[in-house]
Design a protein around this ligand. Structure first.
Ligand code: LIP
Length: 263
């Protein structure tokens, strides 16, 4: 690899920040959507923020590939470097005015995560990591918790966008039984950054997308935690677990069998 992780990190951070700044400057347009679905919104600012991040990435690395939430159906350019962009993770939160959303930019080299940045504009927090660095929040090194008792843990989960029925409720019930307190906060990458920063002990969702976790999973791992795709589905959809490491085996043992029966 000729480009260093630090160089890639700088561009990831700039792309996430510019995307977030664009959304913040247009917060008055939070109802400005292309369509409203039963469990999702297609937001104009999602599209614009992805264009903003893409412009930053391509001006630095014109021949790199970009997988973005808003353009995930398009073919990828041929490159060893693949950037993965979630322009607004937590779109529904943003739409309702809840500040728990972020802009996430990651880059993989030959399939391995090399750098990732998650910008949470309304909290003024920038989370970053490379494959060779610790994880940082606003330049300060962060670490996961040392909680090793599931019944004393705080675990975040989410409502699967495509299946709000019994499938989702089974997992929510299970997380509630496992943790001291469960939380459903609505933005996977923000939740994972909280795991990295030692504010949550773990996070699980039965159905998210690779762009929801690409940057934040590297940040969790570099903060000492453990991340795992428990199950993969077509079109970049996954069941995903991120923990402080100490709780990983216990969480996995509870959740994985449920996924095996839920084809
Ligand atoms: C969202 C996730 C959230 C999950 C939603 C959705 P988006 O991402 O961050 O945790 O519950 O189903 O995937 O669509 O706002 O980028």
């Amino acid at each position: 690899m000729t480009i260093t992780p630090t160089e890639l990190q700088a561009v990831a951070t700039l792309a996430a920040r510019r995307a977030g700044d664009h959304v913040m400057a247009n917060r008055h347009r939070r109802s400005d959507v292309n369509s409203i679905l039963r469990t999702d919104v297609k937001h104009k600012l999602d599209v614009e923020a992805q264009e903003t991040a893409t412009a930053v990435i391509l001006s630095a690395f014109p021949d790199h590939a970009i997988l973005g939430e808003e353009t995930s159906e398009q073919p990828l350019a041929e490159s060893d470097y693949v950037w993965i962009v979630d322009p607004i993770d937590g779109t529904i939160n943003f739409f309702h005015g809840l500040p728990w959303w972020c802009c996430s930019v990651a880059v993989r080299y030959k399939g391995q995560a090399v750098a990732g940045s998650v910008f949470i504009p309304e909290m003024l927090q920038m989370y970053e990591a490379t494959s060779e660095s610790p994880a940082y929040c606003n330049g300060e090194v962060i670490r996961v918790t040392t909680t090793d008792r599931l019944e004393l843990s705080m675990l975040a989960t989410g409502a699967d966008k495509w299946d709000l029925g019994e499938h989702s409720f089974r997992f929510m019930r299970k997380i509630s039984e496992m943790a001291q307190r469960p939380r459903i906060l609505g933005a996977a990458a923000v939740d994972m950054c909280m795991v990295a920063a030692g504010k949550l002990d773990g996070y699980f969702e039965s159905g998210i997308y690779v762009w929801d976790m690409a940057a934040a999973s590297l940040i969790v791992e570099r903060a000492g935690g453990t991340c795992e795709i428990l199950k993969a589905y077509p079109k970049h959809r996954i069941s995903f677990l991120a923990t402080n490491g100490a709780l990983h085996a216990a969480c996995r043992a509870e959740l994985l069998p449920m996924l095996q029966v839920n084809a």
